[in-house]
Ligand binder design. Structure first.
Ligand SMILES: Cc1cc2nc3c(=O)[nH]c(=O)nc-3n(C[C@H](O)[C@H](O)[C@H](O)COP(=O)(O)OP(=O)(O)OC[C@H]3O[C@@H](n4cnc5c(N)ncnc54)[C@H](O)[C@@H]3O)c2cc1C
Length: 411
């Protein structure tokens, strides 16, 4: 069959890879590079940095226990993973720094300091236990509640909220509006994280391997404007005016784009996709270590989640450790979100715009139905948003569609 895939991010490219052996697949990506949120500087994204510096400006890391399908895919592609510490520190708006056990190890410090940090951690653990008890609700209940409905103002809860901001790129100011049905299972799952890894050669490495093996057609700078569907197939209308015919369509673009793409949405499609909105955000890749010095913070951890004011803030990831840049390198590289006013603009290397789904209770509630009705009107849907919102969701959604279309599985 001739299959059109709209969107060349993780979900679109993995779907293309799995369908490639049995179908004639064409991927349309509107950006000038493939990868979607996978942006590896000096790999799929060019930059002015020394060519040997491989830094991720989007997707950075993967968790072995919660991303089993992703791990199998990496293995099948021959990717090499490197372990990264999952250390995090929470900076509250009133100047307190809560350290995770990993951060405490990195911080060193005197016996007295360590003892104080341990007592603090125990207090947070207690708050965490209360949070888990409060949120231990069946999926059907969680699906009807916002994350904010279940959060208190306790430090552990605000730390959890910032971790959700990190996971889904939803600004901290709005994270409480997210669906509890997405955030709570994610927080529960990552509570039992086994080990975090990143990819040698950056996150693009696995998609690059897919692209190298792919025998179908990949178009970049290829903005699909509209799709019309008839009894015997679909026609893809490009923004350039060209029209191309296919047997089946896979939409791998963000869900808020679906109704804009479909010339003839059914009532059910209008209902399933009508509430989705875009979340336009940006991240800064920078070299501003002063961010830490100014707050008197000695230890830079991989995930510093930071309140700049009540209900305002973001995060800074320490890229040297995450991307395999030696810590002896005199430059410290960071990826920051929501901290623009804290970062010296002179020290910003690059700003990256991302368009992600704006998860709300109303938009997210239809995702099971979308997966269950894949194939209706010759149309299939893939994307991280159909699963955990992360890389595992992107890959499992691709796998599900591959199964329906007689494609490959991931051994
Ligand atoms: C800054 C950031 C960091 C992240 N870090 C991690 C991480 O470390 N680990 C993790 O698991 N997840 C991370 N994520 C989550 C990430 O969103 C998912 O893991 C996953 O990459 C999403 O893939 P996707 O294919 O579903 O969507 P996308 O990557 O959004 O791909 C959709 C593609 O469709 C294209 N498109 C849209 N409209 C059209 C059109 N009309 N015509 C043609 N093409 C179109 C877009 O240009 C885009 O390339 C991160 C997200 C962001 C924003």
């Amino acid at each position: 069959m001739r299959i059109a895939i709209i969107g060349g991010g993780s979900a679109g490219l993995v779907t293309a890879h799995l369908l490639d052996r049995v179908h004639d697949v064409t991927v349309f990506e509107k950006a000038s590079v493939l990868g979607g949120h996978v942006r590896t500087l000096n790999r799929n994204v060019s930059c002015d940095l020394d060519a040997n510096l491989i830094l991720d400006a989007g997707v950075i890391e993967f968790e072995t226990r919660n991303f089993p399908t992703v791990m199998r895919l990496f293995e099948s592609l021959g990717c090499v993973t490197r372990p990264v510490p999952g250390t995090t520190t929470f900076w509250t708006h009133d100047g307190v720094h809560h350290l995770s056990p990993g951060s405490m190890k990195r911080a060193g410090g005197s016996l007295g300091q360590r003892l104080r940090q341990l007592i603090d951690l125990l207090e947070l653990k207690l708050q965490g236990t209360r949070f888990h008890r409060r949120t231990n609700l069946p999926e059907t209940v969680l699906d009807t509640r916002t994350f904010g409905d279940l959060l208190s103002e306790a430090d552990a809860d605000r730390w959890a909220a910032l971790l959700a901001t990190y996971a889904y790129s939803i600004p901290y100011e709005r994270v409480r509006e997210m669906p509890a049905g997405l955030t709570i299972p994610m927080l529960r799952a990552f509570e039992h994280a086994q080990s975090w890894v990143s990819l040698e050669g950056g996150s693009w490495d696995y998609l690059g391997r897919i692209v190298d093996r792919f025998s179908g057609t990949l178009h970049t700078d290829a903005h699909v404007d509209r799709v019309t569907r008839k009894e015997h197939g679909v026609t893809v209308h490009m923004a350039s005016g060209e029209a191309l015919s296919f047997d089946k369509l896979v939409i791998a673009a963000p869900p808020d784009q679906t109704l804009a793409l479909l010339a003839d949405p059914s009532e059910a499609e209008r209902r399933r996709f009508g509430a989705w909105r875009a979340n336009h955000i940006h991240v800064l890749i920078h070299q501003d270590r002063g961010l830490y010095d100014r707050r008197g913070v000695e230890v830079m951890t991989e995930f510093d989640v930071i309140e700049t004011a009540p209900h305002q803030g973001g995060y800074n990831c320490y890229l040297n450790v995450l991307c395999g840049v030696p810590e002896t390198e005199e430059r410290a590289f960071g990826l920051a979100f929501g901290l623009d006013e804290w970062i010296d603009s002179e020290q910003v290397i690059v700003r990256h715009e991302h368009h992600t789904p704006d998860y709300t209770v109303e938009s997210h509630r239809w995702h099971h139905e979308v997966s269950a009705t894949n194939g209706e009107n010759h149309t299939y849907h893939v994307g991280a948003w159909l699963g955990d919102g992360l890389q595992e969701g992107a890959v499992t959604s691709a796998l599900a569609v591959s199964k329906l279309l007689g494609g490959d599985t991931i051994a």
